[in-house]
Design a protein around this ligand. Sequence first.
Ligand code: FMN
Length: 226
Amino acid sequence: MTVTTEINGHSPEKLLAPVLSAFWDQPNSWALRTYLRHEGYEGMRKALAMDPDAVIALVKDAGLRGRGGAGFPTGMKWQFIPQGDGKPHYLVVNADESEPGTCKDIPLLYANPHSLIEGMVIACHAIRSEHAFIYLRGETVPVLRRLHEAVREAYEAGYLGTAERRRDKLGVDGLPGLDITVHAGAGAYICGEETALLDSLEGRRGQPRLRPPSPRSPVCTRAPLW
Ligand SMILES: Cc1cc2nc3c(=O)[nH]c(=O)nc-3n(C[C@H](O)[C@H](O)[C@H](O)COP(=O)(O)O)c2cc1C
């Protein structure tokens, strides 16, 4: 009997997910130094050199879609966010992942949290946001620890932080400051629903809001508790 150990020079395991999990088997796959050895933050550098609208157009053309269930086109979602309205814009990452049987966000964040942070820096540039949040399922304490450490490393490297620090570290003029807040939810399935998630993040009881307006709508404003 012949056993196939390689396909086109790759092991069958690598072919299962050749991009997302390509180096999860490396020592310290979650560390910045490992990510940088595997083309980490190169996409960010390219995106930050581009005009934000050009980044949105590129993502639209690439056909990137959300994994939240509806498969919504990412570039379109980014384009909905009104620009030039003088209001702050926030990016909120839904990493609650409480649906029974779902298992993609937590392994990704555990093995390679920097891939999320890089994506967030790119998204914030595209939608002109200076403050982003990650809402993580609170029971996943080891993931929370790695995420906090990855955010710390990203601040140290100047991917995050004040405008001056980012300019000095990244060598790109005209970037605004960028902060990421990691928030651990208390563990409620309903808080994965996007409007309940926002209420929970703002310190309210996590219950879905009546829609419209959608969270991406320009009229979806509500005074935060803090
Ligand atoms: C009860 C309920 C729980 C949900 N839980 C999650 C979740 O844990 N993670 C998630 O990404 N989306 C969840 N969603 C979907 C979100 O409301 C939203 O559609 C999603 O965050 C959009 O993701 P995208 O930006 O990747 O398309 C849930 C929806 C409902 C109704």
